[in-house]
Design a protein around this ligand. Structure first.
Ligand code: IPE
Ligand code: IPE
Ligand code: MG
Length: 224
């Protein structure tokens, strides 16, 4: 892959875990489990190819509306998955940050998150933002309350995700943003695929990178 045509900041809406499971006659939870495993694989791969920042949408401020059983799984299983993969992340050079509200998630998960952030805090490789109980309206309202001077730079400084997105990927065929990074995608390129998140492989990731490399980003100017 040509390094100069690689996006610096990639964002992914990890969608389709439920549909992936349904297709296989499995419970939705099985889809979330595979989705979690796939996140570990794709994050390591993105770091390896030279992506500087990867921001993924794992649980939205709206996802609390789902059945209790599913919400409970999503609030407990990640803690276990973090503990299972902690050595892997300690050894890698990925720096992990969990972005979103911290006042509604169970303590056990909060502790696992804090540990994960702590063991990766000095890492110099890719920054992985995992958006969990994240909503862009929530992020923006919090930032707007904190800014003293309203400039684009000042707003960015007060956001959770502090860099503009170059490429936004959404899996599973839905053509919407669902309250993700509204400010940061102002000039992003979009890539939509019908593949469900658990089947979004390294090969699929490469396809997205190739599509991005062909885009002509003009930022309001004229074609180069
Ligand atoms: C994405 O998969 C994961 C979360 C939103 C937690 P979904 O759970 O939305 O899967 P579908 O869209 O129902 O297939
Ligand atoms: C968006 O997916 C949120 C995450 C991927 C975490 P949803 O599946 O919740 O989005 P909608 O409800 O289809 O818009
Ligand atoms: Mg969905």
């Amino acid at each position: 892959m040509e390094k100069e045509k690689l996006p610096r900041h990639v964002a992914i809406i990890l969608d389709g875990n439920g549909r992936w499971a349904k297709k296989r006659l499995l419970p939705r939870q099985a889809g979330h489990y595979q989705g979690g495993q796939n996140l570990v694989t794709i994050a390591q791969y993105a770091n390896q190819v030279g992506i500087k920042m990867l921001t993924v949408y794992a649980f939205s401020t709206e996802n609390w509306k789902r059945p209790k059983e599913e919400v409970d799984y999503l609030m407990t299983k990640p803690a276990q998955m973090i503990m299972e993969n902690i050595e892997k992340f300690k050894k890698s050079d990925i720096k992990i940050l969990i972005q979103g509200r911290k006042d509604r998630i169970p303590e056990k998960l909060l502790n696992a998150i804090r540990l994960l952030e702590d063991v990766t805090k000095d890492h110099q490789g890719m920054v992985l933002n995992i958006c969990f109980d994240y909503g862009s309206y929530d992020e923006l309202l919090t930032a707007f309350k904190a800014v003293k001077e309203f400039t684009v730079e000042e707003v960015y400084k007060n956001l959770m995700v502090k860099e503009p997105v170059d490429l936004l990927i959404r899996t599973s065929g839905e053509l919407r943003i669902s309250n993700f990074l509204l400010w940061q995608i102002a000039y992003a390129e979009f890539y939509f695929t019908k593949k469900h998140w658990p089947e979004f492989t390294k090969k699929e990731f490469n396809k997205a990178m190739k599509s991005y490399a062909k885009r002509n980003r003009r930022f309001g100017g004229l074609k180069q």
